[in-house]
Design a protein around this ligand. Sequence first.
Ligand SMILES: [Zn+2]
Length: 211
Amino acid sequence: MTFDKETLQTLLNLPDIAVDRVVLGERKTLKVYVHSTLEGTNCHRCGRPIDHEYGHGQEIELRHLPLFAYTVVLILRPKRYQCHFCEGRPTTSQTLSWYTRRSRVTKAFEQQMLLELINSTLEDVSRKHAIGVDALQGILDRNMACDVDWNAIERLEVIGIDEIALKKGHRDFVVVISAYINETLHVIGLLGGPCSQAHPRPRVSLERSSI
Ligand SMILES: [Zn+2]
């Protein structure tokens, strides 16, 4: 099987990368090896922009949205940079805008999983998409900890309030607030239920005067 790299890049729809090669793995998995085309990062210690190259970090694998019936995994070695301002010249790995540091999935995949979880259980989605319950729990925890970026939302016309059951038959759930933004359904906030372990108190507030 051959792939046109540019077509594939368009289909992946992720900024700041170029495709190096694609390997068809087991269980209909496309392993897409990519590299960053973005230069520089910010020092994790002082926050200044830095561009002194310092090799590459360990390879990371990030699950992305499926293409046709294929599971897509992106493989990337993050660029590393050294800070010449800080004592000891610490190095920082570049993190691209489409994934969260230390996450095993892309932000687009996270969004898809959150939508799949609406009125469903972690176990159901885990089975349907061959992703571990722990990974799904991690996605929920990460998104529960995030505040809503209200600046990115111009207008909210209809919002949906649904729930995710963490376990079948349990009263342990997360409330999901979703809305259509630019004609696409987005999860804009998660509210932890009383039994949510990682973030016992809801950190997302919907009380804002502009809506
Ligand atoms: Zn620094």
